[in-house]
Design a protein around this ligand. Structure first.
Ligand SMILES: [Fe+2]
Ligand SMILES: [Fe+2]
Length: 324
């Protein structure tokens, strides 16, 4: 091929970028083989990895109650939920791998503290009512965050979210049903639910991240159509969805500032303690060290499974080679 020919198939960076912008602007998907800006790729790797880590670490707080579930039915439900979360994690690691990273590398970053996971999983689960409240509030907040991600501009992430969201909605309903059952029980069980709501309400609001004024990456993520709404918009949506559910359940949300704003047609609410969120993100939450240590130990304990799978795959390949 002569020099002019090479030039005709090689597109300049400006052309590639214009094509990328046009695809994103037209609400089409960017796929793994498409050109994308380095910063877009890096943002997605960070976000998808954090999301995957959250699903995996998120099994721990509820896993704490698997052996102590009050009935076989509750145990089966909780096991199914924990397995769903493991599946979400694996889906998301696979989506991250389409961007050219390796899940072993991501796990290494998680256990060495170089990559984060959701702040919410650094709080302890003190009673079985926490299982219900996690389903209701934590999975509920996750749904608010994840439904708009089904329209994310990056194809593999958007498609993974479709299935994940269906399962999250089951998680939320099982939590709410558990709480309804407890609320129909004894006075002590009702107190247990209220206590769990008091402890999880504010950390759930913090799941949407810092306030918009303190979230410098939001504008770029929205321009790339990775993110569709700001943190504060999603937080508001969550509060508006949850307040009537709390009323129906018969619990009080621990916020004296909560009041209906007729003018804007939404609930006003108090300011979460952002210094607490900063501390938890920095690794100073009540369970950070325990969660990461448990994950590291589980990863090391599972080394033999990964080695066995690789040995089996190599053996199969060799056998196929000799059959030819
Ligand atoms: Fe999940
Ligand atoms: Fe979930």
């Amino acid at each position: 091929m002569n020099a002019a020919g090479a030039e005709s198939v090689m597109r300049s960076d400006a052309e590639l970028e214009a094509h990328f912008d046009a695809v994103v602007g037209a609400e089409q998907r960017i796929e793994p083989r498409d050109w994308m800006p380095d910063a877009y790729r890096a943002t997605l790797v960070r976000q998808i990895a954090q999301h995957a880590h959250s699903e995996i670490i998120g099994m721990q707080p509820e896993g704490n109650w698997l052996t102590r579930a009050p009935s076989l039915r509750r145990k089966a439900i909780l096991l199914a939920k924990a397995q769903d979360e493991a599946g979400h994690g694996l889906y998301l690691y696979a989506a991250a791998e389409t961007l050219g990273v390796d899940r072993a590398e991501l796990t290494e970053k998680l256990v060495s503290g170089r990559q984060k996971y959701s702040s919410i999983f650094n709080y302890p689960t003190l009673t079985f009512a926490d299982v219900g409240v996690i389903g209701w509030l934590v999975d509920g907040a996750a749904i608010c965050n994840q439904v708009p991600l089904c329209r994310c501009s990056y194809g593999p992430y958007a498609r993974a979210m479709v299935r994940v969201c269906k399962e999250e909605s089951f998680h939320q309903r099982q939590g709410y049903e558990l709480l309804m059952t407890l609320m129909r029980g004894t006075e002590g069980q009702r107190r247990m639910v209220q206590d769990a709501v008091d402890r999880w309400w504010w950390p759930s609001l913090m799941m949407f991240g810092p306030p918009d004024g303190d979230s410098p990456n939001t504008a770029q993520s929205m321009a790339w159509r990775i993110k569709r709404h700001t943190n504060d918009e999603l937080r508001q949506r969550f509060v508006d969805m949850t307040v009537p559910q709390a009323e129906h359940l018969g619990v009080t949300l621990p916020d004296p500032a909560l009041s209906w704003n007729e003018e804007r047609g939404g609930w006003d609410f108090g300011e979460p303690d952002w210094s607490e969120l900063k501390q938890v993100i920095k690794g100073q939450g009540p369970c950070n060290a325990e969660r990461v240590e448990r994950r590291r130990a589980a990863h090391e304990d599972g080394a033999w499974v990964r080695e066995a799978a690789l040995a089996y795959a190599a053996k199969q390949q060799k056998q196929r080679g000799t059959e030819k």
